[in-house]
Design a protein around this ligand. Structure first.
Ligand code: MG
Length: 388
């Protein structure tokens, strides 16, 4: 997209999942970019039942909104829509940021491919469930898909101008989550409070639990395969404890390119709006000047052995199978993490629930997005029913 035009005329944007961690940071970035002459007007907002939404409506005054809950005060001229899809259809924003959580975002992203020029995709489940569906729809309609997830933003930037045949390996990094230095035997009974104490990133509860089980990285491996069309055997995971390196490409001639950045989601969010331009980091980061904690220590990258981490092993397994297994993995994980957050199952149980769901799943291919979502909900229900 030719970005310079937005310096003379505001671009329009819809933020789906505006009250979540990525959603609130997106609104902050929009505000910041607008002050840098990269003017973006929010025309659509959607969120689940979160009281913060009323405040956001007042501040951003979008043309339309979609909200799953009661609202007492609604600013004048703001229209309520029954679904995210109908809001996107009516508002047709230049940008749609998919910052919502859960598999249902697949449907939002597919709609956004029709109605928007660029999709800034922060939701990984939609790619895990849909596989090539979103990238193919975006391509067929001549639109743009820019990943927001930090590792995938990193890979996206590294892959610009790269011939895929020159890639030996593409790595995404993992911090290892809150329990990375724990003894395997102690991890089993880690509490919700312990698991939610992430060393580097401030994120929502689900993804913070996923970081500790490494399921987040498993989902990201799947995401990388479909977003960039990489073969499974060329996608690797490396541990980087301070989360300064997000992605790395090993070329077949022995060169490596690494993508580094502060563990601050506002940076990849801003890039998803402005790329190919680079505008400015929210706080004018300069890690050399500011001495980012740990940066001057050697940055250690350690390969993650998929055999030692059940989540990574599962990702490799499901990537080589029909999509029912991938969908089962995501659904069982969503249900299991919820059960853990409700303190109904132990931390160790989370991964075992997912392993069981995948190994007992028959391998078949589900074609349509609505059937994919139905199947996903069915597995979630099934897993939950066994414990509640
Ligand atoms: Mg990530």
């Amino acid at each position: 997209m030719e970005q310079r035009i937005f310096r003379t005329k505001p671009a329009t944007c819809a933020v789906i999942g505006s009250t979540g961690s990525i959603g609130t940071q997106t609104l902050e970035v929009i505000d910041h970019l607008s002050k840098q002459g990269f003017s973006i007007r929010v025309v659509g907002m959607a969120a689940n039942n979160n009281p913060v939404f009323a405040e956001q409506l007042k501040t951003f005054r979008p043309a339309g909104y979609c909200f799953n809950g009661p609202l007492t005060e609604i600013p004048e001229a703001v229209r309520r829509f029954e679904s995210v899809e109908s809001m996107l259809e009516a508002e047709r924003p230049d940008f749609t940021v998919i910052a919502s959580s859960g598999g249902v975002s697949l449907s939002y992203a597919l709609k956004a491919a029709e109605t928007s020029r660029r999709i800034c995709l922060a939701n990984k489940e939609s790619v895990v469930l849909g596989g090539r569906l979103i990238p193919e729809r975006v391509k067929a309609l001549g639109k743009e898909l820019i990943p927001v997830d930090s590792e995938h933003s990193g890979l996206f930037q590294l892959l610009l101008g790269t011939d895929p045949s020159e890639i030996q390996m593409a790595y995404i990094t993992a911090s290892g989550g809150a329990l990375r230095d724990w003894d395997v035997s102690k991890k089993e009974d880690a509490t919700v409070e312990q698991v939610l104490r992430h060393p580097n990133w401030k994120m929502g509860a689900k993804i913070t639990v996923d970081s500790a089980t490494l399921m987040n990285k498993a989902l990201e491996m799947i995401e990388a395969k479909f977003l960039f069309g990489l073969p499974t055997e060329k996608i690797g995971v490396a541990f980087c404890h301070n989360s300064f390196i997000h992605a790395l490409i090993a070329y077949r001639d022995g060169h490596y390119k690494m993508h580094a950045g502060m563990p601050d989601m506002r940076i990849p969010i801003a890039y998803a709006f402005t790329c190919p331009e680079r505008v400015s980091a929210p706080e004018g980061h300069d890690v050399i000047r500011d001495g980012y904690n740990g940066l001057f220590e050697p940055i250690l990258l350690k390969p993650a052995d998929p055999e030692a981490h059940p989540a990574l092993r599962l990702a490799r397994t499901v990537l080589e199978e029909p999509n029912a297994l991938r969908i089962a993995l995501n659904a069982a994980n969503e249900a299991a993490v919820q059960l853990f957050l409700e303190k109904r199952v132990s931390f160790g149980e989370v991964t075992r629930i997912v392993e069981k769901a995948v190994s007992s799943q028959e391998a078949w291919e589900i074609e349509s997005p609505s059937e994919i979502l139905e199947f996903h909900e069915e597995i979630k229900r099934r897993v939950r029913c066994a414990y509640v």
